[in-house]
Design a protein around this ligand. Structure first.
Ligand code: G6P
Ligand code: MG
Length: 220
């Protein structure tokens, strides 16, 4: 039976992908690196340091770890400053409604984000009250596609993975959910999250009614 839900943050609850894009693009332009939306999409769900390595590989460039860390910090400063503009109006359509519905029905809810800035994003959105557990980029060391962040959430909720549904917009996030034995809902195109148990183009379609209809036998 499903007793809990674990939500990714970026791309599921709010659209930070554009802000991440702008910050990486700013750094890439300064470094003379090629960077576009296609590469940005590959960075969904993966950690900051893994992201800069993907960008570097794409540009067939190499830098030592120390320089990489400095550049990643530079990108992060730009990204964090852009979060100041985020408000409680910036939920993706449908996200707040679903979170509210889950609260009214008494489900356990955890956040399972790779971001080290998740607390700030939740504050900007005024979303803390929707979560019993907050798992972010500081909670575990192995990032998606490893299942650790979702296992952290289920353990804290005292639930088994097969009692939880994970919501993800990233290919690596669905991989992580599957690796941990969770049910998964993918938000986005087939090419990215088509391997999820259930997929919606956007959060606006992901109502509790639709979820219960699909996973019928898992709800009492
Ligand atoms: C999320 C985003 C990724 C981002 C990662 C780390 O998973 O989808 O694009 O790289 O968080 O974010 P951070 O805020 O710690 O740099
Ligand atoms: Mg995401």
């Amino acid at each position: 039976m499903i007793k809990g839900f674990i939500f990714d943050l970026d791309g599921v609850i709010t659209d930070t992908a554009e802000l991440h894009y702008k910050a990486w693009k700013n750094l890439a332009d300064e470094m003379g690196w090629d960077f576009d939306y296609e590469i940005n999409d590959k960075l969904r769900g993966i950690s900051r340091m893994d992201s800069i390595k993907v960008i570097l590989d794409h540009n067939q460039a190499s830098l030592n770890e120390e320089t990489l860390a400095e550049l990643a910090t530079k990108k992060n400063d730009i990204y964090v400053a852009s979060l100041d503009e985020m408000t409680s109006e910036d939920y993706l359509p449908g996200a707040k409604e679903l979170l509210t519905h889950l609260r009214t029905e008494g489900f356990n809810v955890a956040l399972g984000s790779a971001s080290k800035n998740a607390i700030k994003v939740l504050q900007q959105l005024n979303a803390n009250m929707y979560f019993d557990v907050i798992g972010d980029g500081n909670s575990v060391s192995k990032s998606k596609p490893e299942p650790d962040i979702f296992l952290y959430g289920s353990e804290k909720m005292k639930l088994q993975p097969d009692e939880c549904i994970v919501f993800e917009d990233a290919e690596s996030g669905i991989d992580a959910a599957k690796a941990g034995g969770f049910y998964s809902v993918g938000i986005g195109p087939k090419e990215r999250v088509g391997h999820a148990d259930l997929r919606f183009d956007s959060m606006a379609e992901a109502t509790l009614f639709e979820i219960k209809s699909h996973f019928k036998e898992l709800f009492s």
